[in-house]
Design a protein around this ligand. Structure first.
Ligand code: PEP
Length: 244
């Protein structure tokens, strides 16, 4: 069995010293034989953390990349630029980027292709709104997001993050996660055939030290994408310890 993966999405938080302290606390408290761990600081912290993380098993991730390799895209960062810095993973299509930056499935798919081409592992986020869950349209919405956001030959990671569970303290129930994971696996196999059987699926949405031990053992859950709780070393390490 492969190891689970715990990804910390720091979002737009932390100045240099905060990030260095957080990384120090995480790396020094990592349990033996730990699950795979990735931290995704803001772009400005990536270069600073590369050297700190090099001698540790913790990998570096970014929170977005542009779909082009270079060019007139003011303020953007390309996948090769991230790879050049020692970044291994990149979170793409997070609901906050979809909402705040109008990112569409098609752009997310192009970004995932660019990331893979640069040697990064894309972590593509999908998730239904509260409305879609309440009206029973969530599976349709997720199926379309998979179709639109994952490129052919995708061999990255899928993160299922119900939007209503992100940052709300209201994680999906174990039944909801189990049922959705089963659906996602079936859908991945339907859309990608054999390759769909091995795409890892993370759960994200208010995972914390208290619920990780209940969420992580759910079938098909290959790990967690953690926002708020990844900013506190003790909480994040508890989640890592709950992973297998
Ligand atoms: C996220 O930002 O991907 C996330 C899951 O946030 P939180 O854990 O705070 O809900």
């Amino acid at each position: 069995m492969t190891r689970q993966i715990i990804v910390g999405n720091w979002k737009m938080n932390g100045l240099s010293r905060d990030s260095q302290e957080l990384v120090k606390a995480i790396t020094s408290g990592l349990p033996a034989n730990s699950a795979d761990v990735v931290v995704c600081p803001p772009f400005t912290q990536l270069g600073l953390l590369t050297d700190m993380l090099k001698p540790t098993p913790v990998k570096l991730g970014a929170q977005d990349c542009h779909q082009e390799v270079s060019g007139a895209h003011t303020g953007d960062i390309s996948a090769p630029m991230l790879a050049d810095l020692g970044v291994s993973y990149v979170v793409l299509g997070h609901s906050e980027r979809r909402q705040e930056h109008g990112e569409l499935d098609e752009t997310v798919r192009e970004k995932a292709m660019a990331a893979a081409k640069a040697g990064l592992t894309p972590i593509v986020c999908i998730g239904e709104t509260e409305d879609q869950r309440e009206t029973g349209e969530h599976f349709d919405a997720l199926g379309w997001q998979i179709k639109g956001s994952l490129p052919d030959g995708f061999n990255g990671i899928l993160a299922y993050e119900p939007i209503w569970a992100i940052g709300t303290g209201l994680a999906a129930t174990t039944d909801q996660i189990a049922e959705t994971m089963k659906f996602l696996r079936e859908e991945l196999v339907r859309q990608f055939g054999e390759a769909g059987k091995v795409i890892k699926i993370l759960y994200g949405g208010s995972v914390n030290a208290g619920n990780a031990a209940t969420i992580l053992p759910i079938p098909e859950v290959a790990g967690a994408l953690v926002g708020g709780a990844s900013l506190k070393a003790d909480a994040f390490l508890s989640i890592v310890s709950a992973a297998s």
